[in-house]
Design a binder for this molecule. Structure first.
Ligand code: ADP
Ligand code: MG
Length: 249
């Protein structure tokens, strides 16, 4: 099946056509239809139960729930790192269940950026190398890769740390490197799993401010957090409890 074009605009579909349907609404960027994720036991655990969810282009969504409620399972499916056991996940209108692993990796690289609680940086590589990494096998020429990485690092305010190793940076700076790495390829969807979980309040604020700038530029954001103050900054608030989702008005 055709994959979304590189650099597709905010309303691009896998075919490149404007993402509108006859009924008038835009096609959601993300759509879960009756998604269940069961881990075979025994005992079997249903980490997600019959979840229906649509996230539009440019939405800023928080997902809050206690430990073990299914948040990471949800993020893994959203990020094409895992698949539903039952139901469908449509991304930019495409049925992801029809994709091969290679196609999923290609879609992931093009459309999705990840930010994790513990940063997941390469410890023995410079800040610049960490941000260059997602583009290594992208076919983008070297000079272009460099200029994109420099622009991403400029954007997160780290142009003065290019040659530094992650271990010499503060937690807030490390997370900003991770954000630069997540957005350097121009994704449409940014997935963050407890992105401020290892940060103090001041640096959490910096990272959230950065997210809000990216959101203002049209990036779709899904932020998992157990911190209700952080969740409130999103424009949509989803709660997850024992694998079931509900949305606050
Ligand atoms: P959260 O991120 O909200 O803490 P998870 O999505 O990690 O929760 O887990 C939801 C439930 O699914 C938990 O009961 C967890 O033990 C179970 N679970 C998650 N991953 C696996 C797995 N690979 N195998 C078996 N059970 C799992
Ligand atoms: Mg988790």
């Amino acid at each position: 099946m055709p994959l979304p074009p590189a650099g597709g605009g905010p309303n691009a579909t896998p075919t490149g056509a404007p993402a509108t349907v006859a009924m008038g609404g835009p096609v959601p960027l993300v759509e879960f239809v009756d998604v269940t994720r069961a881990f075979p036991g025994p005992p079997e655990v249903q980490a997600l139960k019959d979840v229906n969810l649509a996230i539009g282009q440019g939405d800023y969504v928080s997902i809050v729930g206690p430990s073990g409620s299914g948040k990471s399972t949800m993020l893994n499916i959203l990020g094409l790192l895992d698949r539903p056991s039952v139901g469908q996940y449509r991304l930019a209108g495409a049925h992801t269940g029809d994709l091969t692993e290679d196609e999923r990796a290609a879609v992931r690289a093009r459309l999705i950026g990840f930010v994790f609680q513990s940063f997941h940086l390469m410890q023995h590589r410079s800040v610049l190398d960490n941000v260059l990494m997602p583009m290594l096998y992208s076919g983008v020429p070297r000079a272009e890769r460099e200029s994109r990485a420099l622009a991403a690092l400029e954007r997160v305010g780290l142009s003065h740390r290019l040659g530094f190793l992650p271990s010499t940076l503060s937690g807030g700076e490390r997370q900003r490197v991770a954000v630069a790495r997540a957005v350097v390829s121009g994704p449409q969807l940014l997935l963050a799993d407890e992105p401020t979980g290892n940060l103090d309040q001041a640096t959490s604020g910096e990272v959230l401010a950065l997210f809000e700038e990216l959101h203002a530029d049209g990036l779709t954001l899904v932020v998992i957090t157990h911190d209700t103050a952080i969740a409130q900054r999103a424009s949509r608030h989803i709660r997850i409890l024992d694998g079931r989702c509900s949305e606050a008005a």
